[in-house]
Design a protein around this ligand. Sequence first.
Ligand SMILES: NC(=O)c1ccc[n+]([C@@H]2O[C@H](COP(=O)([O-])OP(=O)(O)OC[C@H]3O[C@@H](n4cnc5c(N)ncnc54)[C@H](OP(=O)(O)O)[C@@H]3O)[C@@H](O)[C@H]2O)c1
Length: 332
Amino acid sequence: MSEKVIFDADIAPLKDKVVSVIGYGNQGQAQARILRENGVDVIVGNVRDEYWDRALKDGFKVYEIDEAVRRSQVALLLVPDEVAPHVYRKKIEPEIGKKEHFVLDFASGYNIMYGFIRPRPNTDVVLVAPRMIGRGILSLHRQGRGYPVLIGVAQDSSGKAWDYAKAIAKGIGAIGLPGGIAVKSSFEEETLLDLLTEHSWAPLLIAAMQAYFDVVTEEYGASPEAAILELYASGELAEVARAMAEMGLFEQMKLHSRTSQYGQFTRARKFYRMVKEVVREEAAQIWSGEFAREWSLDQAFGRVVLQRLWKIVTSSRLAEAEDRLYRQLGRR
Ligand SMILES: NC(=O)c1ccc[n+]([C@@H]2O[C@H](COP(=O)([O-])OP(=O)(O)OC[C@H]3O[C@@H](n4cnc5c(N)ncnc54)[C@H](OP(=O)(O)O)[C@@H]3O)[C@@H](O)[C@H]2O)c1
């Protein structure tokens, strides 16, 4: 496969197969429903809880995870990344071991990149990673639109792994529709891009908003309500993000006033110099596996760091003011 971007593909590799969707959460629900609409024989594997019931209500045949894998030739592993290695070891690997060949699809590169899951040699290991939350996938699908995915192959046991990756991208409604695009990638590239978003501009946005809130309310007497509306509650930020997606990062700047353009461009240069080294360090920690080890350690200790951080942010002045405002706005 030489093309870097793919706009359509043949779904045929899935047509004579049973495809199990393992995990009926954000991604699982969206992907299972669209696959079924596209004529694929889909079953769901889940633990017996409310998601099991929801899949039944949506008209799927639902099985215990090992049973679903037993009944299928292709599985989409759509459980959270931190539980996937355990689910794979206990429920999936023993079943794949009994088969001649299997196709295992991931929606994120994390567990393969860091070796937390090491599939058997009889397995095609493919990546079809949506750049879209599950809810967004369904809403775009209702409008007859596709969405971007990164696709990759970590192990090609059949010689047809790329065909399976492309067929899955087509089956889950990513390509073959306006707005849809699959970019040839790898488990490593997807993990780097995904985690570096979470370790660079996304936390920078949170930190900048917190600093902004503290400075204007503590040092300039601004009202918390006005500050929070300015920051994100008005929905203006969402509109700007949409304009970025539709028009491009710099083209959308023409929608802002000249004062705003001047302020943003001059300050962006200052911040670029401040953050580039930090971004470089974060990328290196992701690439070397240092972050994955750090996060695994916190999970092994019952996620104490994550829980403490939740406590700190939810008891901040910003969170308290937001709660008051959102109650007044009827959003809570
Ligand atoms: N969130 C997104 O929109 C998004 C976007 C792109 C890629 N992805 C990727 O998609 C994959 C799935 O993420 P998600 O956000 O869709 O997951 P999710 O909604 O949090 O959960 C998915 C499913 O996993 C099940 N599950 C949770 N813990 C389990 C356990 N210990 N044993 C067995 N099943 C368990 C859940 O069932 P119960 O909770 O009922 O147990 C649920 O059915 C991940 O690889 C993620 O990186 C997600």
